[in-house]
Design a protein around this ligand. Structure first.
Ligand code: F6P
Length: 319
C-alpha cells in the first residue's frame, strides 16, 4: 500500500486528535501518503478529502475534539452511498482507511470491508462500549471530568444535607458511571447492567439517613429514566431535598489525559503497522496492556464486553 486515509466518526472523544496524529506520523515514517477525510462518513461521501503532512498534526495532541470534524451519518447504511464513498477513495488512490469511532462507526467500517475495501477500526468514544478492548480512547478523560463534577456536587450536597442525582453519559454501557462512582465515592450506582430498582434504592437511602449520613450521591447512566422525576420521587419518599444534575456534553470535551494521549498514539501507530502487514478488516484494542487486533465483523457481531462484576463488588463493599 502507498496511500492511506483517516477519519473520525460518531460522537467525538478527547484523544481523537492524538489518534489521528498517531496514524499520520506513523504512516509518514513508513513512507506512506496520508489523507484526512473531513466530517466522518459524510465527508467521505462528499469527497472532502485532503492530503495531510507532518505539520497538519502539529499542536493537536493536547486538544480535545477532532480537528477533522465528526458527524453522525445514518445514510451510510445505504449501499449506494457506500459505493460512492469507495469511489471517492479510489479517485485519490487511497488503498485503505483508518476509522476512529465507536460501534456505529465500526459498523460502517465493517460494511466497507465486506464490500472489499480494507478498513482498520480504532475505538474512540467516551462510552467504553466497544468489544475487544479494555479501554476506548476518551474514556479516561471523560471519567476525570465526571469525577470533578461529582466532587463539586459533594461539596454543595453535604452543605445542604441534600441528595444529589448525577446523570452520566455512556449510552447503554455503565462503565463511566461505575468507575466514576468508585472514584467519586458515590453512595448508589444505577447502570444498565444493574437496572433501576426504585424500592431498593429508597431502602438504601433511608438506611444511609438512619446511619447519620448527611448527604447522598446517586450516579445513574443516561437513558434509564427521567432524573428530575426520580429526584421528586426520592424527595417525597424520604423528606430530604433532592436535586438532579445532567452532566451532558461537558463530558465529551476537554484536554485528553496522559492515558488517552498515550493510548491513542499507540493505537494510531499500531493501525499503520497492521496495514503495512497487509491486514484489513481489523479493529484495534488494548487488552492487559498489550496491543491486540480482532476481526471487525466478529467484534461487532459476536464479541461481548465483559460486565465488571469485580468492580461492582468493590463499590458495594465501600459504600
Ligand atoms: O457515544 C458518545 C455519546 O456521548 C453518548 O454517551 C451519548 O449517548 C451520545 O453520544 C450523545 O450523542 P449526540 O452528541 O449525538 O447527542
Amino acid at each position: 500500500i502507498k496511500k492511506i486515509g483517516v477519519l473520525t466518526s460518531g460522537g467525538d472523544a478527547p484523544g481523537m486528535n492524538a489518534a489521528i496524529r498517531g496514524v499520520v506520523r506513523a504512516g509518514l515514517s513508513e513512507g506512506l501518503e496520508v489523507y484526512g477525510v473531513y466530517d466522518g462518513y459524510q465527508g467521505l461521501h462528499q469527497n472532502r478529502i485532503q492530503k495531510l503532512d507532518r505539520s497538519s498534526v502539529s499542536d493537536v495532541i493536547n486538544r480535545g475534539g477532532t480537528f477533522l470534524g465528526s458527524a453522525r451519518f445514518p445514510e451510510f447504511r445505504d449501499e449506494k452511498v457506500r459505493a460512492q464513498a469507495i469511489e471517492n477513495l479510489k479517485i485519490h488512490g487511497i488503498d485503505a482507511l483508518v476509522v476512529i469511532g465507536g460501534d456505529g462507526s465500526y459498523m460502517g467500517a465493517k460494511k466497507l470491508t465486506e464490500m472489499g475495501y480494507p478498513c482498520i477500526g480504532l475505538p474512540g468514544t467516551i462510552d467504553n462500549d466497544v468489544a475487544g478492548t479494555d479501554y476506548t480512547i476518551g474514556f479516561m478523560t471523560a471519567l476525570n471530568t465526571v469525577i470533578d463534577a461529582i466532587d463539586r456536587l459533594r461539596d454543595t450536597s453535604s452543605s445542604h444535607q441534600r441528595i444529589s442525582i448525577v446523570e452520566v453519559m455512556g449510552r447503554h454501557c455503565g462503565d463511566l458511571t461505575l468507575m466514576a462512582s468508585i472514584a467519586g465515592g458515590c453512595e448508589y450506582i444505577i447502570t444498565p447492567e444493574t437496572g433501576l430498582h426504585k424500592e431498593q434504592l429508597l431502602a438504601k437511602i433511608k438506611e444511609g439517613i438512619y446511619k447519620g449520613k448527611k448527604h447522598a450521591i446517586v450516579a445513574i447512566t443516561e437513558l434509564m429514566t427521567d432524573v428530575n422525576q426520580l429526584a421528586k420521587y426520592i424527595e417525597s419518599e424520604t423528606g430530604r431535598e433532592t436535586r438532579a444534575t445532567v452532566l451532558g456534553h461537558i463530558q465529551r470535551g476537554g484536554q485528553p489525559t496522559a492515558f488517552d494521549r498515550i493510548l491513542a498514539s499507540r493505537m494510531g501507530a499500531y493501525a499503520v503497522d497492521l496495514l503495512m502487514q497487509g491486514e484489513g478488516g481489523r479493529c484495534v484494542g488494548v487488552q492487559n496492556e498489550k496491543m491486540v487486533h480482532h476481526d471487525i465483523i466478529d467484534a461487532i457481531e459476536n464479541m461481548k464486553r465483559p460486565v465488571r462484576t469485580d468492580l461492582y463488588k468493590v463499590a458495594d463493599k465501600l459504600f
